[in-house]
Each structure stands twice: as structure tokens, then as C-alpha cells.
Unconditional design. Structure first.
Length: 430
């Protein structure tokens, strides 16, 4: 990362908190712990998958509704970092609190999880929006991809530690239960997120924004209403957001439901954790490769590549019946997971006006969060009706198809002005 300045590096490092939270809390450890707590309370394993889908939908619905309002207020100079800190700390505190929930209190566990997700997702809105403040457009694709790659690299260490604790507890090598091991992992995750949040809080500042004025809340709602009123003037942005809504829905669903899907196949918790760790070794270089290829073929073409790979994953998931099939599925996910998310973020950053980055990234997160509501809900319903979670994974193929078709309607905006090239040269000398 020698060619990136201190501000860019600080922004990159925060991806370690997002990726670690997503992996340990949403994808790996918490789904296993929730299944355990839910069955301890008398529930069935199949219904635990269904409830896990519903709960993820609820948490994302809340942040989706709040995202554009928060983003519009934070567009005023000096507010972006304040909002970032509040949500970041909220997410960290409630992540740690999951470590003290009793082993049969699944409702309390889910309430705390929802609040922690709101904190983590809320801070992510402002983190994404900071990309316009930390680097010029020509570097956005690569910087965003490096961010995801750094997150995966950090995941390898953080997840290896957390996974080892659970496995050692399961093998009775350390004298604690699996439930206690999971709780320790929640606290470790909170500490990890704290460490990698400090550089961005210290070094990153808001550069672009709107000058402060009286009654910022009332005026923020007016600006938000004005954006909706003149939405036709942002046709290209809206078209991309619609495409993003569909294809990122499938991505988020596979991330969220992967562990539950594997458990329904009869794969042991230990094997699931090992598979997820191995996925990080694939995802780390793949994210960088996507960034490098985007410099040659442009970000939009690489988004198509990611959509095609995920479409193949959806089809293949319907034919998986054993551990080997799940291994292959996980490795396929690793090739494109970081790339499609990184390039979506940077591509959108190129389309929007920089002084309104929070407002537009608020909309970006609305579409992303609402997408994360639809996918898990589809899987939950399909699993509940058919008794097979593979049918739910297969059903989300339609989301990637629709997303790819709509993306063709987005006019490419990946050429740079001489001023932006000058900013690139200057940033590299910072």
C-alpha cells in the first residue's frame, strides 16, 4: 500500500471492521449460536433458518428507512465524521453486549443483534461516502477494491482466532462450551472493530459538503424532497441504483444465508467455519484482481462478470447435496464477492456529485438495504414452504438476471477530466 497516502490508508483499514463484522457476526458465528439458542428454547432447526432470514430483513429495513435522512443531514460540512462516530460506537458496544446474552434468550439476542447491525450498517453509509473525500475519481475503483482486499486479509486473522476458539471448545481441548466460545468471539469482534476504527476517526476529514445553515434538519428534509422532485435529472444514477438493488440483493442473501444453508445440508459447524476461512484466502486476491481488471476493462464490464458468476452460483446451489459441493460453491463466491461490492461502491462514487455524497450514498444504502430485505425473505419463505433451503438460493437467480439487464441501461461515466487527473497526480504526492 506504499502508493497510497495516510488518509487513503486510514480509509482502507476501516474495511477490516466491516468485513470482520459481516463474516463473524452475520455469516459465521452468530448464525451457529442463534441456531443453538433457538433450539435451546424449544425451536426447530429449520425454523431457525427461517427466523434468521426474517430478523436480518427487519434490521436492514430500519437502516434503509433512516439512511437518506441521515445522509442528507451529514452532507453539511463537519457532520459526516460526527455521524460516523456515533453509529460506529453503537455497533461496537452492542456487538460486545451479545457476549452476555443467556443461552436460551433468543429474542434478547436478536434485539441486541438488530441494534448492533444498525450501528455497523449506519457507519458504513458514511464510510462509503468518504470515498469522494479521500481520493480522486481515477483511483476510486482500485482504492475500493484494495479496501475490500484488506478486509479479507484482516478476516483471515480475526476469523482464524474466532474459529479456533469454537473448534477447540467443540473438541473439548479448552474447558468451555461452544456457546461460551461464541460469546468470546463476539467480544473479540468488538475489540477488533474498535482497533481498525481509530485510524479513520483520527486522519480522515470531510472535504466536500454543503455550507452550514440554520435549521439543518428542516432544510435537510427540504433538500431530500427536492432531490426526489427532480429525480429525472439524475436518471443515470437512478438506473444504476435499480440495477444495484437487484444484483446486490442476491449477493447479500448468499452472504447472510450461507452458514444456515450449509447447516441444512448436514455440514458440521467445524467444517462450515473452515470453509468460510478458506473463502477469505480466495476473496483477498480476487478483490485486487477485480480492481486491476477494472483499470483495463472499466468497472461496468467487471460488474457484469460478477453478476454472471453469481448467476452460476445460484444454479449450482440447487444441485448441492454434500460437503464437496458446498466447498466448490464457497470458492466460487470468494472469487467475486469483494469485487462486485467494491466496484459497485466506486462506480456509484463516480456518478454522483461529490458535495452531496452523503445524500446520494444514503440512497445507495436504501437500495442496498432494501435489497437485503427481499433476498433473505425469499429464502425464508421458500425454505418454510418447501422444506429445502436450496430452493430459496435458486430462486434469487432472477434477481441477478434483472440486475444485469437494467445495468445495460446505465450510461458509462468512467472518463476523467484534466482537473481530476491533476488531482490524482497531487494526491499521489501527499
Amino acid at each position: 500500500m506504499s502508493k497510497y497516502n495516510k488518509i487513503e490508508k486510514s480509509w482502507i483499514l476501516y474495511d477490516c471492521t466491516i468485513s470482520t463484522y459481516s463474516m463473524i457476526i452475520i455469516t459465521a458465528i452468530l448464525p451457529i449460536y442463534f441456531r443453538m439458542v433457538f433450539t435451546n428454547a424449544g425451536g426447530s432447526t429449520v425454523m431457525s433458518t427461517s427466523y434468521w432470514g426474517y430478523i436480518n430483513s427487519i434490521s436492514r429495513l430500519i437502516i434503509a428507512i433512516a439512511a437518506p435522512i441521515l445522509g442528507t443531514i451529514a452532507d453539511y460540512k463537519g457532520y459526516k465524521m460526527k455521524f460516523f462516530r456515533v453509529f460506529c460506537i453503537l455497533g461496537i458496544v452492542f456487538t460486545a453486549m451479545m457476549g452476555v446474552v443467556p443461552d436460551s434468550s433468543w429474542i434478547l439476542l436478536m434485539v441486541i443483534f438488530v441494534v448492533s447491525t444498525i450501528g455497523n450498517s449506519g457507519s458504513n453509509i458514511f464510510y462509503d461516502a468518504f470515498i469522494v473525500d479521500v481520493t480522486p475519481k481515477p483511483k476510486m475503483d482500485m482504492l475500493s477494491s484494495i479496501g475490500f482486499a484488506a478486509g479479507y486479509l484482516g478476516n483471515i486473522l480475526a476469523f482464524a482466532i474466532c474459529m479456533s476458539i469454537v473448534i477447540l471448545a467443540q473438541m473439548k481441548i479448552i474447558p468451555i462450551s461452544i456457546g461460551v466460545a461464541c460469546k468470546i468471539d463476539f467480544v473479540i469482534t468488538a475489540v477488533w472493530c474498535t482497533i481498525f476504527s481509530l485510524p479513520i476517526m483520527k486522519n480522515v476529514k470531510q472535504v466536500y459538503g454543503i455550507e452550514r445553515e440554520p435549521n439543518i434538519v428542516r432544510n435537510s428534509f427540504k433538500r431530500l424532497g427536492s432531490t426526489f422532485k427532480h429525480i429525472k435529472s439524475h436518471k443515470n444514477i437512478v438506473t444504476f441504483l435499480i440495477a444495484y438493488f437487484f444484483f446486490i440483493d442476491g449477493v447479500n442473501t448468499i452472504i447472510t444465508m450461507a452458514t444456515s444453508f450449509g447447516a441444512d445440508l448436514g455440514i458440521t459447524s467445524t467444517t462450515l467455519l473452515i470453509v468460510l476461512l478458506a473463502t477469505q484466502f480466495v476473496a483477498f486476491p480476487s478483490a485486487i484482481i477485480f480492481g486491476k481488471l477494472s483499470q483495463k476493462f472499466r468497472g461496468k464490464k467487471m460488474l457484469y462478470v460478477g453478476i454472471i458468476i453469481y448467476s452460476i452460483i445460484c444454479i449450482y446451489a440447487n444441485f448441492i447435496h454434500n460437503t464437496l459441493g458446498f466447498w466448490i460453491l464457497a470458492m466460487l463466491v470468494g472469487t467475486s464477492q469483494g469485487g462486485i461490492q467494491a466496484l459497485s461502491r466506486s462506480y456509484f462514487g463516480k456518478l454522483i456529485p461529490r458535495e452531496k455524497s452523503n445524500e446520494f450514498f444514503g440512497f445507495y444504502n436504501i437500495f442496498g438495504r432494501f435489497a437485503a430485505i427481499l433476498g433473505p425473505f425469499m429464502v425464508a419463505v421458500a425454505t418454510q414452504v418447501t422444506g429445502k433451503s436450496s430452493n430459496g438460493i435458486f430462486s434469487i437467480l432472477i434477481l441477478f438476471i434483472i440486475g444485469g439487464i437494467v445495468l445495460t441501461r446505465v450510461s458509462s461515466n468512467e472518463s476523467y477530466s484534466s482537473e481530476e487527473e491533476l488531482n490524482l497526480d497531487m494526491s499521489e504526492n501527499v
